[in-house]
Ligand binder design. Structure first.
Ligand code: C2E
Ligand code: CA
Ligand code: CA
Ligand code: CA
Length: 276
């Protein structure tokens, strides 16, 4: 079954790329923005498919590049990685997210997902850094989920496994991001201590129409559940996709249909309006 899925995944993998960035930011400017703590974050809601209940948010980095407006993470995360700035950046993003989370009512049990890239995964000291950030903000570890793309994990599986296992031991959630977009072998992923699997938005988009993409999404949900993981679909943009995901027992959904990434103030208002 697994190899059948892989065949499907590789032959049907839709090619979706981010639009080219209009500006290539300079490393010095990025370093400066990090030093001045000028980066910001936005929050995107994640709901439970069965009853649309808000379970958490994903925190996404933003940078207001002087004179050129907000630029997206696809333009500056790779630069941060290459320049050795990603650990510093990730630390700031996590802390800004936790600061917002700490102000939510505790009975909401809201979770927060954060993106974790390769360089953070190969930094053996990172689990303690994350633990200290959460402790300082008074957030229980199970409320923080670290998302790691399947490509990042494969860059150095042994070190990744060490860091991931220690994060999991400390009680943090771990999600395989963009599942199906990289070349991680299912066997290797199954040995890693993930608690959630995030289906790449490319499959989710195609699944709002009929066809092989639906079979792939169904197979990914079954695969995740067989490994005792919850499954999250991202990039949910229309009602057809959400209905299909509900029908096949996908656990969580995220996407423009539910809510776009929003500033701290806007998502708080959004939550109030929806009585979350
Ligand atoms: P990702 O982790 O897959 O995040 C989801 C991206 O899809 C976000 O783009 C989000 O705005 C967008 N998105 C959400 N819902 C929809 C939808 O329904 N349709 C469409 N077309 N797009 C949707 P964003 O914020 O530009 O982030 C891009 C990528 O940059 C992220 O992909 C993540 O890999 C990376 N990233 C973002 N913030 C951070 C960060 O703090 N640290 C690291 N290491 N990476 C980050
Ligand atoms: Ca993510
Ligand atoms: Ca993703
Ligand atoms: Ca993605």
């Amino acid at each position: 079954r697994a190899s059948k899925l892989r065949e499907l995944l590789s032959s049907e993998r839709p090619v979706r790329q981010d639009p080219p960035s209009p500006t290539v930011p300079a490393v010095e400017d990025l370093q400066d923005a990090i030093d001045r703590q000028a980066l910001t974050v936005v929050f995107q809601p994640r709901i439970r498919c069965t009853d649309n209940h808000l379970v958490g948010v994903e925190v996404l980095a933003r940078w207001n590049y002087p004179g050129r407006g907000a630029i997206g993470p696809s333009a500056f995360i790779p630069i941060a990685e290459d320049a050795g700035l990603i650990v510093q950046l990730t630390t700031q993003v996590i802390d800004m997210g936790l600061e917002w989370l700490a102000r939510r009512r505790p009975e909401q049990h809201l979770q927060m997902s954060v993106n974790f890239s390769t360089a953070s995964l190969t930094d053996r000291g990172f689990p303690e850094v994350v633990e200290n950030l959460a402790r300082t903000r008074g957030i229980e570890p199970h409320r923080l989920i670290l998302e790691v793309s399947d490509r990042a994990v494969m860059a150095d599986p042994m070190v990744s496994l060490n860091v991931l296992a220690r994060l999991r031991d400390k009680g943090f959630g771990l999600s395989i991001d963009d599942f199906g977009s990289g070349n991680a072998s299912l066997e290797q992923l199954a040995r890693m201590p993930f608690s959630d699997m995030k289906i790449d938005s490319a499959f989710v988009h195609d699944a709002s129409r009929a066809g092989v993409a639906r079979k792939v999404v169904r197979a990914i949900v079954a695969l995740g559940h067989s490994q005792d993981m919850t499954v999250t679909a991202e990039g949910v943009e229309d009602h057809e996709a959400l209905r299909f995901l509900k029908d096949i027992g996908c656990d969580f959904a995220q996407g423009y249909l539910i809510g776009r990434p929003m500033s701290a103030e806007r998502i708080s208002a959004w939550m109030d309006a929806r009585a979350f």
